[in-house]
Design a protein around this ligand. Structure first.
Ligand code: XIL
Length: 380
């Protein structure tokens, strides 16, 4: 056997260490952030509010930039904010929102063009139906013209359905009839043919509403008008909707030949007033101790339940990643969540991935670990 001197061994060892150091310098491993870990599956997004858009808090700004590769404006692009008067648009904060997305190389989602809620009050003063239709068209076209080439997808119509799958009797339906739906998609595509067009709604896992959404989108597609995707908002709870309904909905929607996005994901850990028969939500339950059980902190057992629920939900998303374009959380941290004030004001909810001190929660770890396990599975 060839004899190797100590000196040679030492030289070889130094050489090996030098090579391995060089290797790490050349290819630093990507930190395990959501956007990195999920980058080959689908976009991971968050809703951002005015403070996040203006990056007023450096810890929060760092989380948004590192963890997410898509953003949605939580409120600032709704008509009440962006189109406050008939002849006045307020694009200032929305332009900063776009700049934020560009800074971090994000997929930028516009929310929302046609929605009965948070609608500028002046819309409601227009009596004449033809005038109303003209105004709706101008609203859609002026906004999409301003953002042409800067916004990657739009929620063209938001929440047009009732729970039984029929069309909501909104001001748009009353004034324009059901054609308003197809028209809104047509107007948007006319201005920006490259932007992705979505229909977005909540409770999209409910069977009747699901059927209604499929009927409605199919009807638009059958007229030769483009719809690129369906947004399931995903305002969910610890025990509902069922995993089966979530999975089946993703499958059913994608069978229309459109993309599926989860657009406003959060998981409430608090009692759901809609589970209680005949509830008069805000009046009956405000200040009710039973409806706000974790005022001081979240018990470990619920923290674990939340982490498991997120893991189960993301397991379905990963299984159907070929159908899913984007999963967006409705905010970054629990302190920011709209669920502290809805459907009952003044509660303390814990629906997101970062806690009130901006620390990642067990739910965050669970979906990172899930993806890492998923990546190690042998391909079949
Ligand atoms: C919510 C915002 O999070 C709140 O800040 C605001 O007060 C009300 O609207 N469906 C939607 C979102 O499409 O725009 C809503 O966002 C939540 C329900």
């Amino acid at each position: 056997m060839m004899k190797i001197s100590k000196q040679t061994l030492l030289t070889l060892a130094i050489f090996a260490i030098a090579i391995s150091c060089k290797k790490t310098e050349e290819a630093p491993s990507q930190p395990n952030t959501l956007r990195n870990v999920y980058k080959d599956a689908f976009y991971i997004g968050t809703a951002v509010n005015r403070f996040q858009i203006e990056e007023t808090d450096s810890t929060m700004a760092a989380i948004v930039g590192k963890e997410f590769n898509s953003i949605t404006a939580e409120n600032m692009m709704k008509s009440v904010h962006m189109h406050p008067k008939r002849d006045t648009f307020n694009f200032e904060i929305a332009d900063k929102f776009v700049a934020l997305g560009e800074k971090y190389d994000m997929f930028i989602h516009g929310h929302t063009l046609i929605w009965h809620s948070q609608l500028s009050p002046w819309f409601k003063t227009i009596e004449d139906s033809l005038e109303f239709a003209d105004v709706a068209e101008k609203h859609v076209k002026d906004i999409t013209t301003h953002f042409k080439g800067k916004i990657d997808s739009w929620d063209v119509v938001n929440e047009a359905l009732n729970e039984d799958g029929t069309l909501r009797n909104s001001i748009f339906l009353k004034k324009m009839g059901e054609d308003y739906l197809a028209s809104a998609f047509k107007w948007t595509a006319e201005i920006d043919p490259d932007v992705d067009l979505y229909y977005n709604d909540y409770n999209m896992t409910n069977v009747d509403k699901r059927k209604g959404a499929i009927r409605m989108v199919k009807n638009i597609l059958d007229q030769g008008i483009k719809v690129d995707g369906i947004g399931m908002q995903g305002h969910w709870h610890l025990n509902s909707p069922s995993l089966e309904d979530i999975e089946q909905s993703i499958i059913d929607y994608s069978e229309l030949g459109v993309k599926v996005a989860i657009t406003e994901l959060d998981v409430s850990v608090l009692p759901n007033p809609w589970d209680l028969e005949g509830a008069e939500i805000s009046q009956n339950f405000e200040n009710s101790e039973g409806m706000n059980p974790y005022k001081e902190s979240l018990p470990d057992s619920i923290q674990v339940k939340l982490a498991n629920r997120y893991k189960d939900i993301f397991n379905i998303f990963l299984k159907h990643k070929d159908k899913i374009s984007r999963v967006t959380f409705w905010g970054v941290s629990d302190g920011q969540s709209w669920l502290n004030g809805f459907p009952i004001r003044g509660r303390t909810n814990y629906p997101l991935l970062f806690d009130r001190d901006l620390k990642p929660k067990a739910a965050y770890d669970s979906i990172i670990a899930l993806k890492e396990r998923f990546d190690k599975q042998p391909a079949n």
